[in-house]
Design a protein around this ligand. Sequence first.
Ligand SMILES: *Cc1c(COP(=O)(O)O)cnc(C)c1O
Length: 456
Amino acid sequence: MEELPSLPPVEPFRIKVVEAIHLLPAPEREAALRRAHFNLFNLSSDEIYIDLLTDSGTSAMSDRQWSALMLGDESYAGSRNFRRFEETVRGITGFPYLLPTHQGRAAENIFFSSMVKRGDIIPNNMHFDTTQEHVRRNGAVPMNAVVREAYDSRSEHPFKGNMDTALLEKILRDQKGKVPLVMMTLTNNTGGGQPASLENLREVSALCRKVGVPLYLDMCRWAENAYFIRTREAGMSEHSIREIGKEIFALADGATMSAKKDGLVNIGGFVATRDEKLFERMRELLIVYEGFPTYGGLARRDLEAMAVGLEEAMGLDYLEHRTAQVAYLGHLLETADIPFMHPPGGHGIYLDAGAFLPHLSRENLPGQTLSIELYREGGVRTVEIGGVMFGEGKDLRERLELVRLAIPRRVYTASHLSYVAETVKRVWERRASLRGCRMVSATESLRHFTAHFEPL
Ligand SMILES: *Cc1c(COP(=O)(O)O)cnc(C)c1O
């Protein structure tokens, strides 16, 4: 693995517009927690100092993207912005058929509703929460087939997002006729923002092609994944992100995308395919749920900003800084022996809450407890990825209990990250005193967004 950097990475941008943030005094944070029923999704943004809840739609747009918004051609049909967006995505992915959506889950809705039927099985390296929900809502069963190292936070495996190809082969054999598609999530968000290697993608693609099952990518963080391929995979260091992308996309039949990640926009997404018939089915649903196919639930100016963002996300200065920022935060935590998912991922550090709070049982929700405590300590908002988010997914509940510190793109500087590391350290020092919490109310699906908690 590459050395963790000890010097703060220097931002490859200067700041043109600022947004004030403020740390509330401790008693006010306490009151906010109570009012939010200890669910950090219920906090208002004014109550938060550093917001690491998600990297989704929280990016700072560049001056070029803001000026692209002024080129909005708000025609209902046939907008110029759509053409630019289409050319950009086709150029990057090579997928001929393309539908814009308002965000990733809208693409998932249209895609899974068109591809999946009751009783089907969907293998994925690891399902993300909304992906899993769309699979389930269409009556199919999500199955995670990531490599075993993904569950070991200490393992330094450089590609913990890899599919376990022996397991995938077995699923394809045992469940013959029941698997309408295989999906690979780049990077593996649920398991720590960990990438898959090009070698692994080639093997997965070959297995799929052998049995005639299409391979689709959840390409939300494909550029970050490609950067890890460039820096970690043998023989790839001279290849541009665009070239690596070409190789990745050539192995697949299509993709869903939340451009709120590697599209560097605050809203937007798409679904893409090589399958004309599928495209026609999806287009029908798009018109019902999102809008006309040349805008798909977005203002046309958003398509223009997305086209610029998709290009910027491939920039080497940008990607080098982004991954160095995450690694830097990892380095600061490592010096205090704080357990997190190794190696540092593409979009955040994932604390290993099970190892952080080993005296708490799974029922006492160590991940949720830790994320509450980080807010209480320093006004830092994070998200639990463990028993609360994936309670029903048995394998995850048994094996991963994480707290994600997601780094928004181009938003925070190295000193913000130092502050975050100090906050984590202060909680680490008093970890033995933490008592856990319990869930007092929850909805059936995607319960982490709305559940209420109570400290023990
Ligand atoms: C964010 C995300 C999605 C869903 O995208 P939204 O834009 O939030 O609807 C799907 N898959 C992965 C891996 C994600 O990170």
